[in-house]
Ligand binder design. Sequence first.
Ligand code: NAD
Length: 362
Amino acid sequence: MSDHPISWHGKRVFLTGHTGFKGGWLALWLAKLGADVRGYALDPSTDPNLFTVARIGSVVEDIRGDIRDPAALESAMQSFAPEVVFHMAAQPLVRASYDDPIGTYETNVIGTARVLDSVRRTPSVRAVVSVTTDKCYENKEWVWGYRESDPLGGYDPYSSSKACAELVSAAYRQSYFPVAHLAQHKVALATARAGNVIGGGDWSQDRLLPDLVRGFLAGEPVPIRRPFAIRPWQHVLEPLRGYIRLAEQLLSTNPEQAARFATAYNFGPHDDDAKPVGWIVDKMTSFWGDGANWFIDEQEHVHEAGYLKLDASKARADLGWIPHLRLETALEWLVQWYRAWQAETDMHAFTLAQIDAYEALL
Ligand SMILES: NC(=O)c1ccc[n+]([C@@H]2O[C@H](COP(=O)([O-])OP(=O)(O)OC[C@H]3O[C@@H](n4cnc5c(N)ncnc54)[C@H](O)[C@@H]3O)[C@@H](O)[C@H]2O)c1
């Protein structure tokens, strides 16, 4: 039985951030489902990068542009006449946000407003999924997972910019796409808050798994900043399936049904998979082998949350979404991905094979 209540075949999808880690995986998955995808993003920010390594450009239309450039963005969206918009483009790194707070706010807050404003003037759009993060909540350093109804906040510029992006989305929904009048304006807008996403194809700086893989490949011990910090780790395919499911509900032809889902959703792992950094590092060292090694970096670091968990009960109840990969398996898949890349495997085919393997679990 298909996991999808609607057919994606021929659906026109406008995806911001397709040159990034999550966007690359989503582009490939949507294309595999038969969607007609136009990506809009800056050039890949790392070398290597998933976009090039997995030849994402071979299955999606690749437009390079800035979400802060209203004319270019609007023209790229309007000329494509998409039915669905996934908004993922962002400056997504906490530490980079300390170095460039203004750029982070411009991209994550104004950029989100620009995307939603373009949606206002693109009459074909029916569903919008705007991607924020687990870090958009006011962090109370408590043991419970945050719920969608908890206060937004954010200590550092990245986290607070994503909380702002949530507020921008909520304001656009209430002002221009109100759920009570969905039958008239026809746009169902939701936001999605995922956990700490891991998987093959991420080469970002100052993210735990890419830092580990880089160090292991170079044969150098990896400095670890916060071995006791707890994060809701999850394989990239888990939240992506959540975003796809959410879009499928937003696309419902019954406006009352679509309106039910035009809200915020958390997509987090099983409670047991919110693990300390040190646990991940130990598992990775043993899965990688080859003398992989690490040490605790004792330098002063910028503030980052110590304890962060997400409660995904709402996604489970409304969307029937549950995680399918335990963290240990997610790490194995990640190691297999980078090992395959190291062995010069065809990474387009390998990435698709991991999507196949994930779909087989559903
Ligand atoms: N990776 C995670 O752990 C994680 C967790 C929760 C949420 N998120 C969110 O998921 C989304 C994707 O994250 P990622 O990890 O794939 O990041 P990434 O850095 O790999 O990709 C970011 C994408 O955004 C594009 N981009 C950045 N600034 C832009 C601009 N001004 N105009 C146009 N495009 C721009 C980049 O070109 C790239 O395509 C982000 O919104 C991020 O905040 C990521």
